[in-house]
Design a protein around this ligand. Structure first.
Ligand SMILES: Nc1ncnc2c1ncn2[C@@H]1O[C@H](COP(=O)(O)OP(=O)(O)O)[C@@H](O)[C@H]1O
Ligand SMILES: [Mg+2]
Length: 413
């Protein structure tokens, strides 16, 4: 049974659609709505398989609603019915992420066939993108954050992005180190426009507006570069940034945000908009002290649950162990990246990220492993939900010296 919800400002249209759909035994109308906020709420509670939006002649709300549902409820497939197809409508719908736009159907059979067709096509797409039975196709916003400069945030952002792009994902990087951003240096690019230019063109932005300010790297990664000079940083407002991130999310599979080590308004906005915060940390007391403070701020911002720790330059020195990091940072550890200064700096100076120039190096393999986990949604692990076997494997991976350390490792989640 396919559950359908209908949205239209016209009572008569709702009645007609209900009637058409009732003729098909495999379809059921589980709700309808006259639009607006209440439509959104209903979709939240009903979670229909298919949402039909019957748009009027001049109905920007319809596209707006489609966009919000597509972003929030990727399992609800949206069909937009319009009085007449035009390039303008098509473009507006596509920009909103809606590709199922059709003219009003003439008869019941046309409508029910359409519903089946869209449902089958979209479910097919969904399962094609499913790995290990986990649905991971909704776009992800990854903020690479850390409590100090020089931790390797930009190194990780850039190499992760490249690796994900090589896995056929659509990837964007936003350089939010607004004063001294250097993603373009790592990637050997000479940006024409930057995020500060975009900020001055935000009257009516679409994803195309934003993309026109991005720089394309040969790997396929698109970068919204940091301002050319620190004084332009102030042009980036939290509010506009939020709009930008929302639109980027509608287009890219992964939006990777590189940051500076501070809690400015734009960075807080990014943290809040993230699906995952990759929190870089390391094995020295100064980094750990700052990491602890930063984690408590993240907790007070209500963002702690999304944090996955990444330990960079993870050489075990006797004094500080991975277990200590786990205890202090108090977040699941997603990855441990080995230290290889020669490789990291050579790649930086050449402007060619190591996952590309030296894909078999230990450094690249560790970043690639992290990218694969992220692409497969395996970073969303919750210890309680892992099977006993998976839990054991995880324990083995992060084995520490004695039982008391293990307790610290897995006790508090
Ligand atoms: N795993 C690593 N091993 C060795 N050096 C690294 C590693 N990760 C990053 N680096 C180096 O550390 C320096 C700072 O890295 P960067 O990514 O610019 O940090 P951040 O963006 O946090 O300020 C760079 O010279 C980089 O090449
Ligand atoms: Mg940096």
């Amino acid at each position: 049974m396919i559950n359908v919800m209908i949205v239209s400002r016209q009572e008569a249209a709702i009645r007609a659609l209900r009637h058409f759909i009732s003729e098909d035994p495999e379809l059921e109308v589980s709700a309808d709505s006259r639009g607006g906020e209440s439509a959104l709420e209903k979709v939240e509670t009903v979670a229909p398989d298919v949402l039909i939006i019957w748009a009027d002649e001049n109905d920007p709300d319809a596209i707006n609603l489609a966009e919000r549902i597509i972003l929030r409820k990727p399992r609800t497939f949206v069909i937009l019915l319009v009085p007449e197809l035009s390039i303008d409508i098509y473009t507006a719908a596509a920009n909103a992420g809606c590709h199922n736009v059709f003219p009003y159907p003439d008869e019941g059979k046309e409508l029910t066939d359409l519903i089946h067709r869209v449902y089958n096509a979209e479910s097919g797409r969904l399962s094609a993108l499913t790995t290990n039975q986990r649905v991971t196709w909704t776009s992800r916003v990854l903020t690479v954050f850390g409590a100090k400069g020089g931790l390797g945030k930009t190194t990780m952002s850039v190499n992760l992005a490249m690796k994900l792009a090589s896995m056929k994902k659509k990837v964007a990087i936003v350089d939010l180190d607004l004063q001294f951003g250097d993603v373009h240096i790592f990637m050997d690019m000479d940006p024409k426009d930057t995020i500060s230019d975009l900020m001055q063109d935000m009257a009516n932005p679409t994803i195309d507006t934003i993309r026109s300010y991005m720089t394309v790297h040969p790997s396929g990664v698109h970068v919204l570069c940091a301002p050319k000079s620190p004084e332009y940083a102030d042009l980036v407002s939290a509010e506009k940034l939020q709009t930008v991130l929302g639109l980027l999310r509608s287009y890219y599979d992964f939006v990777i945000i590189d940051t500076a080590a501070n809690f400015t308004d734009p960075i807080i906005t990014a943290l809040e908009a993230s699906t995952t915060i990759l929190f870089l940390t390391g094995l020295d007391v100064s980094i750990l002290k700052n990491s602890k403070v930063a984690m408590s701020i993240l907790e007070s911002l209500g963002q702690k649950k999304k944090v996955r720790a990444v330990i960079n330059r993870a050489v075990e020195i006797n004094s500080i162990t991975i277990a200590d990091v786990q205890r202090i940072v108090d977040a699941p550890i997603l990855s441990r990246i080995p230290s290889d200064y020669m490789m990291a700096v050579a790649a930086l100076n050449r402007g060619q990220p190591f996952v590309q120039s030296a894909p078999r190096s230990k450094l690249s393999l560790a970043v690639s492993d992290m990218a694969e986990k992220l692409a497969e949604g395996k970073d969303n692990f919750d210890m309680q939900q892992l099977s006993a076997r998976e839990r054991k494997a995880m324990m083995r991976k992060y084995r520490t010296r004695d039982a008391s350390e293990k307790k610290g490792l897995f006790g508090r989640r």
